[in-house]
Design a protein around this ligand. Structure first.
Ligand SMILES: *Cc1c(COP(=O)(O)O)cnc(C)c1O
Ligand SMILES: *[C@@H]1O[C@H](CO)[C@@H](O)[C@H](O)[C@H]1NC(C)=O
Length: 436
């Protein structure tokens, strides 16, 4: 009945040539979609490269969000379109009850590019990749080390996902619900990049630490790059304890930092991770996640873990298209160069406006600009009005995570919009001060 009414309404609208405006569509949207997001008044109808379009409003946006660090090849990339359409025609979903050649091929690519890793579990998202890692760590601790009440250590300001276990791992109270009602009791925390505090956390739980789960660059928590000293210390602390070092590469991984992995900047030589999780860029925007592990903790047996969709032929064909772009098209080199250009440009802006901009930092195309006041969302809104999409990372940090195919011209265009928007922010603040 509802479908019929909707169909009639659409046909009637078409017959009368009453095309609803973007604004009307947004009002209708909010009636039927739950309020889990405070959305910007931006509607997207299509995209090409680093540009998104709202055809109803006749507007174009330079996309420096990329579906939050996800669309690494941008929008409408021909390689991705061909890979996914061809796969769709062959077979798009079966089940992990059977052998899926595309999954084997993608696993081989991942293992080859990840020091220390030997086998892969595929899933659909970052949260699920971290769930798999936590499950693996708990089985490893119970089976191999006979720990009765294992603890997992994570960093303050981290972000690991939105499932009950991964928000509990996420050491930011704003994600834990009213009175912390969504938080389960499995985790303890240490300050990021603080060796003494991490050492103290291991001391507190001596003999019970199953694993550390940590981001090589904290993304959501304000774009904070990890230091080599800290990660080397974590590796040693884990080895002394027998705990697993698990790296959440969901945002930083698969090229975003200008290297294959974010941890390639902070763990070198014989230092490797025991577990690496990734998602976002891996499928280029087609839902795909993965959890890689080393032989030492490869403890899952049939029945331990499963997923209906994870690693299906469609998602893996997207992953293989991303892999090919990384191998053949110098995607990672471009990421490093555009990242340097973006950092340099933002530092220039900071030097010109030190009273507004407190810090600029990042690795590759995972870059943050910190303001002195918690006005990241104001700046993001101003930039959107001027045709640039950005996303906050906490109240005072604006995050730049464009497609890894961004061009030099696009980075310059983004910089110029940010500069103008900062000027507008300052002007509106001046006029508010005057009227007070
Ligand atoms: C986005 C993100 C996640 C969660 O990924 P989903 O695909 O949204 O479940 C986990 N960890 C990090 C570091 C992330 O940036
Ligand atoms: C805002 O006020 C300061 C201090 O009076 C001034 O230096 C600055 O130029 C003003 N900025 C704008 C954009 O009006």
């Amino acid at each position: 009945m509802m479908v019929i009414t909707l169909l009639l309404a659409t046909e009637l609208a078409a017959a009368l040539q009453v095309v609803p405006s973007s604004e009307q569509k947004r009002v209708q949207f909010d009636k039927v979609v739950q309020s889990t997001y405070g959305r910007y008044p931006v509607t997207i109808s299509r995209g090409k490269g680093c540009v998104l379009y709202d055809d109803d409003a006749d507007k174009a946006y330079l996309d420096f969000v990329a579906g939050i660090a996800t669309c690494c090849l941008g929008h409408g990339d021909q390689r991705l379109v061909d890979a996914v359409s061809n796969q769709m025609r062959r077979v798009h979903h079966v089940s992990n009850l059977y052998y899926i050649p595309e999954q084997g091929e993608l696993a081989e690519w991942l293992v080859k590019r990840t020091r220390g890793a030997s086998r892969v579990f595929f899933c659909n998202s970052g949260g699920e990749a971290n769930e798999a890692a936590l499950k693996l760590a708990l089985k490893h601790a119970t089976l191999e080390r006979k720990i009765e009440a294992p603890v997992v250590l994570t960093a303050l300001g981290s972000f690991h996902g939105r499932t009950i276990a991964t928000i509990s791992a996420t050491a930011q109270p704003k994600y834990h619900g009213p009175n912390g009602c969504w938080k389960i009791d499995l985790f303890d925390h240490f300050a990021y990049n603080d060796v003494a505090d991490a050492t103290a956390a291991f001391e507190r739980h001596k003999g019970k630490v199953a694993a550390v789960l940590v981001e090589p660059v904290q993304g959501e928590g304000g774009v904070k790059p990890g230091t080599p000293d800290f990660f080397a210390a974590l590796r040693r602390l884990c080895d002394d304890e027998g705990a697993l070092l698990m790296l959440d590469e969901v945002q930083a991984g698969v090229g975003r930092t200008g290297k294959m992995w974010g941890h390639d900047h902070v763990l070198s030589g014989d230092y490797t991770a025991d577990v690496v999780t990734c998602a976002k860029a891996l499928g280029g925007g087609v839902p795909l996640g993965a959890m890689l592990c080393s032989p030492k903790c490869d403890v899952f047996q049939p029945g331990d873990h499963a997923t209906t969709y994870g690693g299906n032929p469609l998602a893996c064909s997207a992953g293989l298209a991303v892999a090919k772009a990384i191998d053949d098209d110098g995607l990672i080199d471009n990421t490093r160069d555009r990242g340097d250009q973006l950092l340099t440009g933002l530092r220039k802006i900071m030097d010109a406006k030190p009273h507004l901009v407190a810090d600029v930092r990042g690795r590759g195309l995972l870059v943050g600009m910190e303001l002195h006041t918690p006005s990241a969302s104001d700046l993001v809104a101003l930039c959107a009005t001027n045709g640039l999409l950005l996303v906050p990372a906490g109240p005072a940090v604006v995050r730049f995570v464009p497609p890894l195919v961004a061009t030099s011209l696009e980075v310059d265009a983004a910089l110029s919009i940010v500069e103008d928007a900062l000027g507008a922010l300052e002007a509106s603040r001046n006029s508010t001060e005057q009227s007070l």
